[in-house]
Design a protein. Structure first.
Length: 375
């Protein structure tokens, strides 16, 4: 289950579709629902349903993993320390500001457990990625959802107003999943400076590195300035290592200690994943290639969608989402029957399709399947 807002491309589509009923407080349900995806690996010719990188992991990562298999009888603490030092240098922070985990989702959920173990609420956009919110609710916390703005950016003023004495955390996914939209970096940076004086801010940057200039849009610099901001990154997306499970959190030393005093990060990592991540950080040219190839697939798909009369939300990620006319489950079956796996959602009671960016050949298969499914 995820969560969503409104957009200038579809004016008024989600206006009033908020879970904040004034007469009864905050509802825990999102306006966005995921329809169970149809998995059929035998039939699938184009797997475009999980925002995976079709080009990775890089050959250097594959070799590093292969060479490390014989080390599988040893713990990877030394490799973890080395990777942490590499990431600290990359992000301009100290090693004490880095926490590793098996994917960034693991770090989202651990943060929720630590901060919401005694209740309280989480403020975030609706719709957005829901792992942190779902974990908080599962252990007794609550959710204060703030609908996205008409351009699908976060409503930062609304999120500031939602903070109260019981708020434990503000969660921002930027670029946002499943919408693919971005909240302007300067505005978000100022918001984080202001709001972090009251509560911790968690910025999920899983898709940031697909942007042309990720360094201009990250919030990681706020950590070295001493603000109580947490920034999550993952090796699952642009690094092409989704099945190898590794990610990291950048935060103040005090915030990292508050989490690691209750849960551990590196203990959940295997030596093969660590060796692979080290090799991937040392292979920036592969990441640049993935960024370029992803953009080419995205531009091709956008052009094809427009030619068919669809209007997607402008995406800064490795996926895009657009409204469809028919019921989602039936639409997904039509696509899967042609070997193309996609995701369908119900957003404010309307069906949407989210398609991950694959190779150019895979995107051509998607376009052909879409034309057939909507003929």
């Amino acid at each position: 289950m995820l969560g969503i807002g409104s957009i200038s491309l579809l004016p008024g589509a989600l206006i009033g579709k908020t879970n904040a009923a004034p007469h009864q407080g905050w509802n825990k349900e999102s306006m966005l629902w995921e329809i169970n995806p149809l998995y059929n690996e035998i039939k699938m010719k184009a797997r475009l349903l999980a925002n995976e990188n079709p080009f990775g992991p890089s050959p250097k990562v594959q070799k590093a993993i292969s060479d490390s298999i014989s080390l599988g009888n040893r713990y990877g603490h030394g490799d973890a320390a080395y990777l942490i030092s590499m990431l600290a240098e990359k992000e301009g922070v100290k090693p004490e500001n880095i926490m590793l985990g098996p994917g960034s989702t693991d770090l989202l959920e651990k943060t929720a457990i630590v901060l919401c173990k005694d209740g309280g609420n989480v403020v975030s956009a609706d719709p957005s990625y829901m792992s942190l919110v779902n974990t908080a609710q599962a252990i007794g916390g609550s959710w204060k959802a703030v609908p996205l703005k008409d351009d699908y950016a976060h409503d930062l003023e609304g999120m500031q107003s939602a903070i109260d004495a019981d708020t434990k955390l503000v969660y921002v996914c930027n670029p946002n999943n499943p919408m693919g939209a971005i909240t302007e970096a300067g505005s978000l940076r100022e918001y984080c400076k202001k709001a972090s004086k009251k509560v911790p801010i968690f910025v999920d940057e899983a898709y940031l590195e697909f942007m042309d200039k990720p360094e201009d849009n990250t919030m990681v610099g706020l950590v070295s300035e001493g603000h109580d901001v947490m920034v999550a990154r993952t090796f699952s997306k642009i690094h092409g290592m989704a099945g190898l499970r590794i990610g990291y959190l950048v935060a103040t030393e005090e915030r990292i200690k508050s989490i690691t005093s209750m849960v551990r990060g590196t203990m959940g990592l295997c030596v093969t994943s660590l060796k692979g991540a080290i090799a991937s950080v040392q292979d920036p040219s592969f990441l640049s290639d993935c960024r370029k190839w992803n953009k080419e697939s995205r531009e091709f798909t956008s052009e094809q969608l427009h030619g068919m009369g669809f209007q997607e939300i402008p995406s800064y990620t490795s996926f895009m989402i657009f409204p469809i006319e028919e019921e989602g489950k039936g639409f997904a079956k039509k696509m899967m029957d042609q070997g193309v796996g996609i995701r369908v959602y119900s957003i404010a009671d309307s069906p949407w399709c989210r398609v991950s960016m694959g190779t150019m050949d895979e995107m051509k298969l998607f376009v052909d399947a879409l034309k057939s499914a909507t003929a």
